[in-house]
Design a protein. Structure first.
Ligand code: UDP
Length: 325
């Protein structure tokens, strides 16, 4: 019988793509999601349990019903700006929800846990390439909440033998190349979908958040990674744990940084249309540059990103034009 993996947040952007990759690899992804930011229409690759991580009994019931061999945890608030306006929501829901899920996993005898963390745990490091050994100094509540969960996993590893793979994502972008799932946030705050909606005339001009950073063109630099590549890394992370290789942290990025202006230029080329842009103030909590300098995922997991920024924008553009969910 195929093994089940409980996927908290499987109805969200990254979670849905990971479910597809898990199903392709022969697992049954069981999505556990409260649909606060996810979409039931995104649950296409396995069963759906509507539930909230803040409700420990609901998590225990899902464990008992589906007997997963492992857990993947994608369910979280993930917006830097929002986390600066409402830090309490991040500490309560991200940290509290993760604690329930981790304790329920231990109680159910699930020994393997894959966790979505973020390069936002590093804070602003003045242009250095970030890798797994870079000290973490978050500058916003989102990054702080994710760092707390990383530490929690370390404690549960020591005390209860829970084995975890922690993935620190850089900027996830694009959509399933087959068009089955894609990015949809309500409200949308991410650069690439906002930019494409501006191109299509679905909203006004894109505001560039700050052009006075100490980067080459003054706009923020990020390392964009295709969501399908990221999903593939999760399958490899799960296999790593199933092979008994123990707890490990991996950064997931491409090693190449693009400024906001460079992303806009790529979109102009891919869509062959003008991108309406206005310059605005900095967004609170933004680091100047976040670029992944790590080779660990490549060397140890054999993971190599297959798609560049042009393909991310192309797949996001196709998804956006198809009307999405
Ligand atoms: N950004 C921007 N205008 C927008 C949205 C984002 O200039 O309307 C910038 C933002 O400041 C950051 C980059 O684009 O430097 C990526 O932001 P996003 O919100 O997509 O991801 P994050 O880096 O916050 O995870």
């Amino acid at each position: 019988m195929a093994e089940h993996v409980l996927v908290a947040g499987g109805a969200g952007y990254v979670g849905a793509h990971a479910c597809k990759a898990l199903a392709r690899a022969g697992y049954v992804p069981v999505t556990f999601d409260n649909l606060a930011t996810g979409w039931e229409a995104a649950v296409k690759f396995g069963p759906f349990v509507r539930g909230d991580l803040m409700d420990r009994a609901a998590v225990d019931a899902a464990m008992a019903a589906w007997r997963p061999v492992a857990v993947m945890h994608f369910a979280a608030r993930s917006l830097v700006g929002e986390s600066m306006r409402d830090p309490g929501a991040y500490w309560r829901e991200n940290v509290g929800g993760a604690l329930n899920l981790i304790e329920a996993s231990v109680a159910a005898g699930v020994g393997e846990f894959v966790f979505s963390s973020t390069c936002a745990t590093y804070g602003d490091q003045d242009g250095v390439l970030l890798d797994e050994d870079t000290p973490q100094r978050p500058i916003n509540a989102y990054g702080a909440s994710k760092l707390a969960i990383e530490q929690m996993l370390g404690n549960f590893g020591e005390s209860h033998g829970l084995r975890s793979v922690i993935f620190r994502y850089f900027n996830v972008a694009g959509a399933d190349p087959d068009g089955e799932v894609g990015e949809k946030h309500e409200p949308e705050t991410h650069l690439i979908p906002l930019m494409l909606e501006a191109v299509e005339g679905k909203r006004g001009a894109l505001t560039v958040f700050g052009s006075d950073y100490g980067t080459a063109d003054g706009t923020c630099v990020r390392d964009y990674v295709h969501v399908a590549d990221l999903a593939e890394a999760h399958v490899r992370g799960l296999r790593w744990l199933r092979d008994g290789r123990g707890s490990r942290v991996f950064c997931l990025g491409t090693g190449t940084g693009y400024s906001v202006r460079e992303v806009i230029e790529h979109a102009r080329v891919v869509t062959n249309r003008a991108v309406p842009v206005v310059e605005g103030a900095r967004r609170a909590g933004d680091a100047a540059a976040l670029v992944c300098g790590s080779a660990r995922a490549r060397d140890e997991l054999g993971w190599e990103p297959q798609r560049g920024l042009g393909e991310m924008i192309r797949d996001a553009w196709r998804w956006s034009q198809s009307g999405g969910y």
